[in-house]
Design a protein around this ligand. Structure first.
Ligand code: NAP
Ligand code: F7E
Length: 321
């Protein structure tokens, strides 16, 4: 029988890749879309994906969540809705906390009262670890969590609530603790597409400098295409549990710049400057994930490595600009 998935945050980077992936598995894909004053901006990432059914709603509007669950009667729910920008979360901490923390609680409560049997996936984040790193240099499911941003604090609330609803009410609720993942569909104010887009503009003579914040933070960057497959595996795991999803490779922002500019036959040092505007009140310095649990228990393997991801981004911006 055909399964139905309901996705909040369906218009985002991951929502669009997850929709495509679930459609390829013959799911009926449904989702929640926020009203935008420019109708074209509402769902532009979904424009080339056929067969999705959406309704207007908001993760902060409990009635819209209950209406959606009642209408779509999903087998699986993916809660991806979030204010997902870490630095901006310091400018709008209250809003970020509402959406990322209370929004997740709204979804859990709506499921508890209306369809407690569904499988629930919560989009948790490596940002929850803060500066904690195990002795071997990795973060994993058992690593202590002390977030260093309003975004991370709100995500930790949602993570804990997901565990609590699983333990207290028997919900099939799981967390994916995902490390950074990117794609051509990533917003261009995240560092990856910001760097690649600017480097291509510089190469084409349309820009002469790129202002960044901290060049010496390290991230474990994967591809959204690989990570939405992990979300589906987690939401169908034989035993409901939480999983880290990561490549296990960590690179600095500086290394990212060096690779991209070199690929375009440029030297990043000639163009990249630092602007305090892009620094964070408290920087998370190093992320590097150990994803052995999902690889061993659920058979997840990423297709992209660091170089393949960056090559795809460069090719995308070269053809787009
Ligand atoms: P994204 O591109 O920023 O997408 C976020 C989605 O949430 C958008 O569809 C957005 O709608 C929606 N949204 C925001 N506020 C909402 C609200 N009040 N009600 C309903 N929907 C709302 O983020 P992403 O990269 O796809 O990430 C997906 C999820 O994974 C997020 O929860 C993020 O925090 C988490 N995560 C991401 C990463 C990563 O590296 N990408 C890593 C770990 C965890 P609009 O289009 O209307 O703004
Ligand atoms: O920053 C540094 C910045 O904004 C990466 C989200 O998906 O992953 C993402 O959060 C690094 C940081 O992603 C600029 O300080 C330097 O060290 O691309 P980002 P993020 O903050 O790691 C986690 C796992 C999530 O869950 C989030 O939703 O790059 N950096 N200069 C800069 N970052 C930005 N954005 N802009 C700069 O100019």
């Amino acid at each position: 029988m055909q399964k139905t998935a309901f996705i909040t945050g369906i218009t985002g980077q991951d929502g669009s890749y997850l929709s495509e992936y679930l459609l390829s598995l013959n799911y009926k894909v449904t989702g929640l879309v926020r009203r935008n004053s420019v109708a074209e901006n509402q769902d532009y990432r979904l424009l080339n994906i056929n067969g999705i059914e959406v309704m207007y709603g908001d993760i902060l509007d409990q009635s819209s969540l209950l209406n959606a669950l009642n209408k779509f009667k999903p087998d699986e729910v993916y809660n991806l809705a979030a204010q997902s920008h870490v630095r901006i979360s310091s400018e709008i901490p209250y809003f970020t906390s509402q959406v990322n923390a209370i929004g997740a609680l709204n979804m859990l409560e709506a499921i508890r009262v209306s369809c407690p049997g569904v499988r629930y996936y919560q989009a948790s984040s490596s940002e929850m670890f803060g500066q904690n790193i195990d002795n071997d240099g990795f973060q994993r499911e058992t690593t202590k969590m002390n977030p260093v941003s309003p975004y991370g604090c709100a995500k930790l609330f949602a993570f804990n609530m997901t565990c609590h609803y699983r333990n207290a009410y028997g919900l099939n609720a799981a967390n994916g603790i995902l490390f950074n993942h990117e794609s051509p569909r990533r917003g261009s104010n995240f560092v990856t597409n910001k760097i690649v887009k600017a480097a291509v503009l510089i190469k084409k003579g349309k820009l002469n400098k790129l202002e960044l914040g901290n060049l010496d933070s390290f991230r474990d960057w994967g591809h959204s295409y690989d990570y939405v497959r992990a979300m589906h595996l987690i939401n169908n795991a034989p035993v409901v549990s939480d999983f880290v999803v990561a490549t296990g490779e960590s690179h600095s922002v500086r290394e990212f710049c060096a690779y991209v500019f070199k690929k375009l036959e440029l030297d990043y040092k000639d163009y990249v400057t630092q602007n305090p505007k892009y620094m964070r009140p408290e920087e998370l310095k190093v992320l590097r994930g150990d994803s052995r649990k999902i690889r061993q228990e659920l058979g997840w393997i990423p297709n992209y490595n660091f170089e393949a991801l960056l090559d795809e981004l460069v090719d995308y911006w070269l053809s787009k600009l």
